[in-house]
Design a protein around this ligand. Structure first.
Ligand code: S3P
Length: 169
């Protein structure tokens, strides 16, 4: 049986990983870290700038290095970027080091919650909805493959989602 201590939140952009992670951290009196903010602190630049200068591949490398460090910082609540599950090494690191919660979110809701978002480079496109659909088609099976529990954020407020996670944890 998996040793439960860390909680890792995975799921698409707009699922509420940061809001729910922060609330969970308060409830459990555990440190909360958002991997994107950690990458920004480490590099001193924001995510769009990393994408601009190093491309998505460069960002993914930094994200994997950051996640590899953070999963060992026990105990921690970690909100990961929506694309973190793309790399097998991240999926393995998350699965091996904590309780993984998939925050499920419909594309409609993702669109609502990321509307006019200039901080997410992958959504700087003519048709963000189509992009979000494409991303979900690839990523949803990966989210499912690594999740210990799934919470549908469309059904719950952030506080209720926290309660659902605590029931399963
Ligand atoms: C990304 C999601 C973002 C951020 C980057 C790439 C993705 O994080 O890591 O813009 O590939 O889905 P959030 O899921 O926290 O928005």
């Amino acid at each position: 049986m998996k040793q439960v201590c860390n909680i890792f939140l995975i799921g698409p952009m707009g699922a509420g990983k940061t809001t729910i992670g922060r609330l969970l951290g308060k409830c459990l009196k555990m440190e909360f870290v958002d991997s994107d903010r950690e990458i920004e602190q480490r590099t001193g630049v924001d995510i769009p700038m990393i994408f601009e200068y190093e491309g998505e591949a460069g960002f993914r490398r930094r994200e994997a290095d950051t996640i590899a460090d953070l999963v060992r910082r026990v105990p921690i609540i970690l909100a990961t970027g929506g694309g973190s599950v793309l790399l097998q090494e991240n999926r393995a690191a998350l699965a091996a080091n904590g309780f993984v919660v998939y925050l499920k979110c419909s594309v409609d809701r993702q669109v609502e919650r990321t509307f006019k978002d200039s901080h997410r480079p992958l959504l700087q496109t003519e048709n963000p909805r189509q992009r979000l659909e494409q991303l979900m088609a690839t990523r949803e099976p990966l989210y499912r493959s690594v999740a210990d529990c799934t919470v549908d954020t469309g059904r719950y407020s952030s506080r209720q989602a926290v309660r659902e996670i605590l029931k399963a944890y």
